[in-house]
Design a protein around this ligand. Structure first.
Ligand SMILES: CC(C)(COP(=O)(O)OP(=O)(O)OC[C@H]1O[C@@H](n2cnc3c(N)ncnc32)[C@H](O)[C@@H]1OP(=O)(O)O)[C@@H](O)C(=O)NCCC(=O)NCCS
Length: 345
């Protein structure tokens, strides 16, 4: 089914960003550095390799990576906005659906508040209808009306001296910090042979939440590929029969000062699943493992049951977080962040 594209002003055109084209990924990364996670002081330094990996999960659809380009005065086509519809199966209050989790939504800073974001969103929704995807979940760092819940991000400074030196030590952090140890429980980096056990553990855990992703073995293989390429980090504990019982996972990005004069490394938690160790101990181990790969800061958002670790450890409130929006999802009652377990595939 063809879609009728929304009319754009002169010089603007619709396009897609193909993760298999290096030029597209370089262009997208440069755009994201300036316009996605960029607060005017620091930006998240996504690498083309990471963005490509995050957009090439099994069964991804490049047509769901919609962008708007504009022709500059010198005649060069440049990105004005981007949205990635990450297609996945998710479950909302017991109803399973093939839906899209929206990532990397961003509009060129100088074109903000002109109504471009809803046009890009509706273009993706129109495309979704043609492939049977009718529901989607969005996050935004900025508040708009109709958010169904709001999460808060907490941070654990690891390299306090470095963060203080560059002025990134969080204000209001609890003064009594636990020194981050170099010792952890006996974690292994998972292998492809661990995929079935890992998939079972993750889906069992996610199914406890009202709004949750459902992952396939192919998705876990993709995560493990990311681990092998150094783009993602996973550590597991196993029982005597070799089944995985506990899982730590996080990504890792350099945050760069916009003028290039300072950097720090942030690890952001994905799944922290505990069945044999306490959540507090698991997260302390996650922080130690993040330190081992050079992280200055560890981030944990109060979704899933992360709040158990956040309240047991001297985390600092970053005063930032995400607003969650939905399109076409029927939410039976008020949602709290700890009802949400949506994960990028
Ligand atoms: C979020 C962002 C794309 C919005 O662009 P914008 O130009 O400021 O927004 P616009 O004025 O064009 O449009 C606002 C409308 O889009 C909708 N919208 C914008 N971002 C949205 C999102 N992430 N989810 C759902 N709806 C969103 C709003 O509900 C609002 O609708 P309304 O006009 O009916 O109230 C832009 O601020 C941005 O690039 N921010 C940085 C990156 C970011 O936070 N991305 C979000 C994912 S983390």
């Amino acid at each position: 089914m063809e879609i009728t594209h929304t009319h754009l002003p002169e010089r603007f055109s619709w396009g897609v960003c193909d993760p298999l084209k290096d030029d597209d990924m370089t262009e997208l990364c440069e755009f994201l550095h300036k316009n996605y996670m960029n607060d005017g002081q620091y930006y998240t330094n996504y690498t083309p390799e990471f963005v490509k990996w995050s957009l090439t999960f099994p069964d991804y659809d490049p047509k769901a990576y919609v962008c708007v380009r504009y022709k500059s005065k010198s005649g060069v086509l440049k990105l004005a906005g981007f949205i990635a519809g990450l297609l996945q199966t998710f479950c909302v209050d017991g109803a399973e659906t093939k839906g899209a989790y929206i990532d990397y939504l961003s509009v060129l800073k100088k074109l903000r508040k002109k109504g471009l974001a809803p046009v890009i969103i509706s273009e993706l929704i129109k495309y979704g209808v043609t492939i049977g995807v009718k529901q989607s979940i969005y996050i935004s760092a900025i508040a708009f009306p109709h958010a169904f819940t709001q999460s808060t991000t907490f941070v654990y400074p690891i390299n306090v001296a470095h963060l203080t030196k560059i002025g990134k030590m969080q204000e209001g952090c609890p003064p009594d910090r636990f020194p981050v140890s170099d010792e952890t429980n006996q974690y292994h980096v998972p292998e492809l042979a661990d995929v079935p056990s890992l998939c079972m553990l993750i889906n069992k855990y996610l199914s406890r939440f009202r709004l949750h992703s459902i992952v396939s073995q192919k998705h876990i293989e993709h995560l493990i590929d990311g681990v092998k390429s150094g783009l993602f980090h996973m550590y597991v504990l196993k029982n005597k029969t070799g089944d995985i019982t506990d899982l730590i996972s996080f990504d890792s990005h350099e945050e760069t000062r916009c003028d290039g004069t300072a950097k720090f490394v942030t690890c952001g938690a994905y799944y922290n699943i505990h069945t044999t160790v306490k959540m507090r101990d698991l997260v302390m181990d996650a922080i130690s493992l993040a330190k081992r790969i050079g992280a200055d800061l560890y981030k944990l958002t109060d979704i899933m049951d992360n709040i158990d670790a956040i309240s047991a450890l001297p985390f600092c409130n970053s005063q930032q977080g995400f607003y969650f929006y939905s399109h076409n999802c029927e939410l039976k009652k008020k949602v709290t962040p700890s009802d949400v377990a949506m994960i990028t595939p």
